[in-house]
Design a binder for this molecule. Structure first.
Ligand SMILES: *Cc1c(COP(=O)(O)O)cnc(C)c1O
Length: 359
C-alpha cells in the first residue's frame, strides 16, 4: 500500500463541521428536541399522502427541472419561472451561489454570529469569510457590513431574521444598505424564517428583488412548511443569477417526494400558516415568560429565542436537557431554543426559571 494519500484542496483544512441540533434522547425520559428550529407539527395528512403516492415510483429519477413545483412557485410569488431555482434545501442553493460567484481571493461578507453554514460553504468555495460582528443589540450592523465591501467582495449574506438571534433588519436600513452595495456584488437575503415575521416594517425580500438585479432571495420548505427531512428550498433571482444556479445544480438533487410535498404544501398554505400563527403565539408566551423571569431576550421574529449566556452556555444547555428539553448551545456565546409544542415550551420555561433561581 502506498504511503501517500490523495491530494485534497488546502481550503478544506480547518473547516468547522456543521453541528446538527442534538436529537432528543431515545428511550430515556421524555425529551423534546428544541435544537434545530424544526416545525413540531407532524406532516399534514394530504402532504403525507402525496409523498406516499410518489414513493411508488422512486425507482425513477425525479423531474430534473422540478417543472410543476417551479410553475406553482412562479404563480405564488408572481415571478417568471426563469427567475427561480430549486435545490436540496436552501443551504444547497446557498452553496451553489458561492460556487457561482466566489473562489480563492474573493471575499464573502456576513454578520457574525449568524447561520453556521455560511463559514463552512464559504471556506469550501475557497473564498475568504469577512465576518462583521452583530451590534450589542444582536442585530446585523449593516453600516459596518457596507464599510467592509472591497473590490474583492463577491457575495453578502443578510440573514433576516438572523439565526440564531431571531433579530431583524427593517425596510429603511436594508434599502439604505442595498443602495450602498455595488451592482456587481450579489446580496443574498436568506429568509428561511420569513413566514414567522409579524413586524410589518420588515420588508419582503421578494419585493426588494424586483427592482434590484443584484439581490437574490432564499426561501425554504424546511421551517414553516415542515418539510425539513425532505430537503427542498429555492432561490428567486434575476436571470443571470438564476441561470447560474441551474448550471451549478446537482442533477436530480430534489427528489420527487420533496417536489410533491412542496406542491401540496403550497396548496395547503392556509392550514400550514395557521400552524405558524400558533407557533408565533407560543413565541410570544416563551419570550415574555423568560423576560418575566428576569432574562434579557432579544426581540425575535423567528421560531426560536436567543439567550446570551456566555460562559454559562453549556451548563444551561445541560440543565435544560436534564429537564427534558434539548436546546442548541453555541459554546461560550449563548443558547438558541426553538419554539416547540406548548408542553415542550413549558418544560423549557421551567428549566430556565430554576437555572436562574439556583444561581
Ligand atoms: C434552517 C435555515 C436554512 C434552511 O435550511 P434548508 O437547507 O432549507 O433546510 C437556511 N438559512 C437559515 C438561516 C436557516 O436557519
Amino acid at each position: 500500500m502506498s504511503e501517500t494519500s490523495p491530494k485534497l484542496r488546502a481550503e478544506l483544512d480547518g473547516i468547522p463541521t456543521y453541528k446538527p441540533g442534538k436529537p432528543a434522547a431515545a428511550g430515556g425520559p421524555v425529551a423534546y428536541k428544541l435544537s434545530s428550529n424544526e416545525n413540531p407539527y407532524p406532516p399534514l395528512p394530504g402532504v403525507l399522502e402525496s409523498v406516499m403516492a410518489a414513493a411508488g415510483s422512486f425507482n425513477r429519477y425525479p423531474d430534473m427541472m422540478c417543472t410543476a413545483l417551479m410553475n406553482e412557485l412562479a404563480d405564488r410569488f408572481g415571478v417568471p419561472v426563469s427567475h427561480l431555482s430549486t435545490g436540496t434545501g436552501s443551504v444547497g442553493v446557498a452553496q451553489q451561489l458561492l460556487q457561482a460567484t466566489s473562489g480563492p481571493g474573493d471575499e464573502v461578507i456576513y454578520a457574525w454570529r449568524s447561520f453556521e453554514a455560511y463559514p463552512i460553504i464559504t471556506q469550501v468555495s475557497g473564498a475568504t469569510s469577512v465576518q462583521v460582528p452583530l451590534t450589542p443589540g444582536e442585530v446585523h450592523d449593516l453600516d459596518a457590513m457596507a464599510d467592509a465591501i472591497t473590490d474583492r467582495t463577491r457575495l453578502i449574506f443578510v440573514c433576516n431574521p438572523n439565526n440564531p438571534t431571531g433579530t431583524v433588519v427593517r425596510r429603511a436600513e436594508l434599502e439604505r444598505f442595498l443602495d450602498r452595495v455595488p451592482g456587481d456584488v450579489l446580496v443574498v437575503l436568506d429568509e428561511a424564517y420569513r413566514e414567522f415575521i409579524r413586524d410589518t416594517s420588515v420588508p419582503d425580500g421578494v419585493e426588494l428583488y424586483r427592482e434590484r438585479p443584484n439581490v437574490c432571495v432564499l426561501r425554504t420548505f424546511s421551517k414553516a412548511y415542515g418539510l425539513a427531512g425532505l430537503r427542498v428550498g429555492f432561490a428567486i433571482a434575476h436571470e443571470p443569477v438564476a441561470a447560474a444556479l441551474r448550471k451549478t445544480a446537482v442533477p436530480f438533487g430534489v427528489s420527487q417526494l420533496a417536489q410533491e410535498a412542496a406542491i401540496t404544501s403550497l396548496r395547503a398554505e392556509d392550514e400550514l400558516l395557521g400552524r405558524v400563527g400558533a407557533l408565533v403565539c407560543e413565541r410570544t408566551r416563551v419570550a415574555e415568560g423568560l423576560r418575566s423571569q428576569g432574562w434579557t431576550v432579544p426581540e425575535t421574529q423567528a421560531n426560536f429565542v436567543w439567550l446570551r449566556l456566555g460562559d454559562r452556555t453549556v451548563e444551561f444547555a445541560t440543565a435544560c436537557e436534564q429537564a427534558g428539553a434539548v436546546v442548541r448551545p453555541f459554546s461560550g456565546e449563548g443558547v438558541r431554543v426553538t419554539i416547540g409544542e406548548p408542553e415542550a415550551n413549558d418544560i423549557f420555561l421551567k428549566a430556565a426559571d430554576s437555572f436562574r433561581k439556583d444561581r
